[in-house]
Design a protein around this ligand. Structure first.
Ligand code: NAD
Length: 333
């Protein structure tokens, strides 16, 4: 059997997920939740959705009475992730919520607890855990193939000079922050999963605001340094005014790197011994199928895409903002 999925919020990333759903073996798109009737009609026609599986945001709670939806994939702006996760859990459906999981670690805990209480599984849309170059980065770091990693640089940024003033990414309430929330989460993830450790302290600095008419509520640039128990340092930047997409690690006996590294790819890998490249895969299909096969066989989801993984990233992100706001080194207790 296939897992019946409904997507909640039919924006850009929901459209990216279409190819993942098309390539998936264990998932079927069987419903949508949207505030825009024209999008509902378009998705209905494209996927042959029955009318009873098409919901407005107000009707979402009625999912509880629909046995033909097993899971809701939430692709709404960040600031809505918590409330919609709580509503979906209450309706008794499994949840995949996009990154960043929520706006605070506290909200992540609330989401984890609500899903546990409701007996549903909760995943965060961490697609890179299924991408072969990233699986290799994890192996090189965690298995110490080049010895102990001492230094990581992981940065991601896009030049958003044309961003509309009304875009939710510029709203503190809807985005929670600037590029750190939307892109920096990938850098934090990479540092954590290559080292297989949790950072114990952080320092951070905001960069200059070059688009003051846009970046009024959220940061335009931020740089930070994570300090790990082994002594390793991960230094990162994320920005809305330049294009950066790099990962570099230096270990005792060599180096390994990816560039591009953290976007959709295709990625190119290199170590101090030579290049490494893997076939391009559909990251979304691999992610959906792994989640679906666990749920269909009643197994707990792998920890690397769990709600607790999202919570750990938010703990670090909150620490980064605290460090940038105070100018002080913040200990992550
Ligand atoms: P988007 O603006 O294109 O889509 C958001 C959708 O939410 C739209 O359909 C919009 O109509 C709807 N919406 C409902 N209530 C809204 C409100 N109050 N304000 C604004 N929009 C509202 O955004 P997106 O790029 O698709 O991002 C959605 C989520 O997906 C974000 O959390 C983002 O971080 C995540 N994302 C993940 C990836 C990834 O690679 N995993 C890539 C892009 C985005």
């Amino acid at each position: 059997r296939k897992l019946n999925i409904a997507i909640c919020g039919l924006g850009r990333y929901a459209n990216v997920l279409k190819s993942g759903l098309a390539d998936s073996r264990y998932c079927r798109l069987n419903g949508v939740i949207t505030g825009t009737p024209a999008k509902a009609a378009q998705w209905k026609a494209e996927f042959g959705l029955p009318d009873k599986n098409i919901y407005s945001y107000d009707q979402l709670d009625q999912l509880a009475n629909n046995p033909d939806i097993d899971l809701v994939y939430i692709t709404l702006p960040n600031g809505l992730h918590k409330d919609y996760t709580l509503r979906v859990a209450k309706a008794g459906k499994h949840v995949i919520v996009e990154k960043p999981m929520a706006l605070t670690e506290r909200d992540c805990r609330e989401m984890i607890d609500a899903c546990q209480r409701a007996g549903v599984q909760l995943a965060v849309g961490y697609r890179l855990h299924y991408e072969p170059h990233h699986i290799e980065l994890k192996r090189l770091g965690q298995e110490k193939v080049f010895g102990q990693v001492r230094w990581i640089e992981a940065s991601l940024g896009y030049r958003l000079a044309g961003i509309a003033a009304a875009d939710w990414h510029l709203s503190k309430v809807l985005a929670g922050g600037g590029p750190l929330m939307n892109l920096g989460v990938y850098c934090v993830q990479a540092g954590r999963y290559v080292l297989g450790e949790e950072p114990i302290a952080v320092t951070a600095q905001y960069g200059p605001v070059t688009m003051p008419d846009r970046f009024k509520e959220v940061e335009e640039n931020i740089m930070w340094q994570l300090y790990f128990p082994s002594g390793a340092i991960c230094t990162s930047a994320t920005t809305a005014n330049s294009n950066i997409d790099r990962f570099f690690a230096s270990a005792d006996e060599g180096t390994f790197e990816l560039s591009p590294a953290l976007s959709y790819g295709p990625f190119a890998g290199k170590t101090s011994r030579g290049v490494f490249n893997f076939p391009v895969i559909n990251q979304q299909a691999a992610q959906l199928d792994d989640i679906a096969s666990h749920i269909l066989s009643n197994k707990p989801l792998p920890s690397h895409i769990s709600g607790d993984e999202g919570r750990k990233d938010m703990r670090v992100i909150e620490g980064i903002y605290r460090a940038a706001n105070t100018g002080k080194k913040v200990l992550l207790g």
